[in-house]
Write a protein that binds this ligand. Structure first.
Ligand code: AMP
Ligand code: ZN
Length: 433
C-alpha cells in the first residue's frame, strides 16, 4: 500500500485539538516515571490541570542535566518488559543519557521518518543507501526503519569506505542517500579524485542532517553529487531524526506537531520569544510511551518561520539550526564537549594548564586542532618522545570523542590567555558562509 499519513495534512485546528488531548495524555504517562512523579507532586501538576496545549507553559522544563541525573531509568514511564530498544546521544561518552523505546514508540518513529522521506519524493520504488553510523547513534537505525516502512530497498551501508559506497551505488542503482553534510562533500571530492563524476551516478535525492550546515553547503552538495538535498533535524532525546524535515520548498523544516509540541524560548528568561526571533527550541513528546519528555530544552538555536509554507502543510517550520546555547560543538557529526577534551589532556603529566581547541573548515571539511601546552621540563625532550606523546594524546582523544584531532604541542604559556573565563574553543568555521 502506498504510504499516506493523514496527520501530515491536518489544518491548525486539527493540530491544536490533537495537541490538547495528547499533552494531557503525555503528562499522565510521564507521571508514571519516578522523575516526573516527584516533580509533578511537588508542583501540584497533574493531567487534570491541563485544559489546553497552551497550558504547557505551566509545566517545568527538563534539561540534559536532568536526563543525566535520571540515567538510566528515572525517566521510564513503563516497565522494562515493555521496552525494546535503547539509544543514546552521540556526545555522551562521558556522562551518558539514554532513551528507551517501546515497540509502539519505534512504530511511531518509523512512521514519522517515512513521512519525512515521502514528503521529499522518496517512494517504494527507490533504492535507499543509508550512509550513517549504525549503533547508539539514531541516524542509522532511525532512518533505516523509515525507509523500510516506506517500502524502499534499504541498504544499511554505514559510514566510511568510499570504494564500497561507490560500488553499492553503482551495482544497485541507488536513488536516495542519507549522509551527513561533511561526509557528502568528502565523498563527492574523493570520487572526483578517483576519476568518477558523482553527478553521473544514479542518486537523485540526499537527506542531509545531524550537524549544522549552511545553505551554501547544501548547494555545494547538490551541485557536487547532482542531487536535491533536504535538511533532516532530530535529536536522540526526541527519538532522533524525524522531528523536523524540509519539504520540497527547501525553505525551513516542518516540525511534526502531532508528535512534538514546539516552543522557542529566550534561554536566559525561559519566556517564549515571538515567531521569527531566534531562541532555544524546547520540545515535548506528545505520543511517546516509554520515556515521555516534557519541555525538553534542546539547547539548539533556531526561530519559527512566520507565514505559511507554499507546500500547503500547516505544521510550523523552523529555520536551520544556527548554533547551540551551550558549549557543545559538533565535528563530523560527533557531539563534543570541551570538558571531554580537557579530561583526556589533563590525564597526561606532560600537559600544562592551558589548551585551545581550534575548529576550522578546510575544503568544506571540519578540522579539529588541539593546541596543547607542554610543561617546560618535557619540552626539551627529544623529537621522538614528543612525537610519541603527540600520537598518544591523539589516540586517547579519539577514543573519548570519536574524532581524531590534529594535536600540536606548544611551549608553556604560548597560548594567549584573556581575562576572566578561559576560552577553550576557537570556532573559525563560518556556518553562515
Ligand atoms: P544526537 O542526539 O547525538 O544525534 O545529536 C543531536 C544534535 O545534533 C541536535 O541537538 C543538533 O544540535 C544537531 N543536529 C541534528 N540535526 C541537525 C541539523 N539538521 N542541523 C543542525 N544541527 C543538527
Ligand atoms: Zn512545506
Amino acid at each position: 500500500m502506498e504510504y499516506y499519513a493523514v496527520e501530515e495534512f491536518w489544518d491548525r485546528a486539527a493540530i491544536s485539538r490533537a495537541q490538547t488531548v495528547r499533552l494531557k495524555n503525555a503528562v499522565e504517562r510521564a507521571a508514571h516515571s519516578p522523575y516526573y512523579r516527584e516533580i509533578f507532586a511537588a508542583a501540584g501538576i497533574s493531567h487534570e490541570t491541563i485544559r489546553s496545549h497552551e497550558d504547557i507553559v505551566s509545566l517545568p522544563f527538563t534539561s540534559k542535566d536532568d536526563l543525566r541525573y535520571g540515567y538510566p531509568d528515572k525517566f521510564l514511564a513503563v516497565s522494562t518488559k515493555a521496552l525494546v530498544r535503547l539509544h543514546a546521544s552521540s556526545g555522551t561518552t562521558g556522562s551518558p543519557i539514554a532513551v528507551c523505546h517501546t515497540q509502539d514508540d519505534l512504530d511511531v518513529w518509523a512512521e514519522l521518518m517515512a513521512r519525512c522521506m515521502h514528503m521529499v519524493g522518496v517512494r517504494n520504488t527507490d533504492v535507499f543507501q543509508n550512509i550513517a553510523g549504525y549503533g547508539l547513534f539514531t541516524g542509522g537505525l532511525g532512518i533505516h526503519a523509515g525507509a523500510e516502512r516506506l517500502g524502499c530497498l534499504t541498504i544499511p551501508a554505514g559510514t566510511g569506505n568510499t570504494r564500497r559506497q561507490l560500488k553499492l551505488i553503482r551495482d544497485l542503482n541507488v536513488t536516495v542517500l542519507h549522509i551527513i553534510p561533511s561526509y557528502a562533500l568528502y565523498l563527492g571530492n574523493a570520487l572526483m579524485d578517483e576519476g568518477v563524476d558523482p553527478r553521473s551516478l544514479s542518486p537523485r535525492i540526499a537527506l542531509i542532517g545531524a550537524e549544522p550546515h549552511s545553505e551554501e553547503i547544501r548547494q555545494r552538495i547538490e551541485y557536487l553529487l547532482g542531487v536535491k538535498a533536504y535538511n533532516s533535524y532530530g535529536l536522540s532525546e526526541m527519538n532522533g531524526p524525524g522531528v523536523a524535515f524540509e519539504c520540497l520548498a527547501q525553505n525551513g523544516l516542518h516540525v511534526w506537531e502531532d508528535a512534538y509540541l514546539l516552543e522557542v524560548i529566550d534561554p536566559e528568561t525561559g519566556e517564549r520569544v515571538p515567531d521569527g526571533e531566534i531562541g532555544e527550541m524546547v520540545l515535548t513528546t506528545l505520543v511517546r510511551r516509554g520515556m515521555p519528555l516534557i519541555r525538553y530544552r534542546t539547547r539548539d538555536l533556531t526561530r519559527i518561520l512566520p507565514g505559511d509554507c507554499p507546500c500547503g502543510r500547516k505544521h510550523r517550520r523552523i529555520d536551520r539550526i544556527t548554533g547551540r546555547v551551550d558549549d557543545m560543538f559538533i565535528v563530523k557529526g560527533c557531539n563534543i564537549y570541551p570538558m571531554q577534551v580537557e579530561h583526556v589532556l589533563m590525564g597526561f603529566p606532560e600537559v600544562g594548564e592551558n589548551y585551545l581547541i581550534v575548529l576550522e573548515r578546510i575544503d568544506a571539511m571540519d578540522q579539529m586542532r588541539v593546541l596543547v601546552e607542554i610543561r617546560s621540563e618535557y619540552f626539551v625532550e627529544d623529537m621522538r618522545a614528543l612525537t610519541s606523546l603527540q600520537r598518544s594524546i591523539a589516540q586517547r582523544l579519539h577514543s573519548e570523542i570519536l574524532v581524531t584531532p590534529k594535536v600540536e604541542l606548544v611551549q608553556q604559556n604560548s597560548i594567549p590567555r584573556g581575562e576572566g573565563k578561559a576560552k577553550r574553543v576557537d570556532d573559525r568555521r563560518n556556518i553562515a558562509s
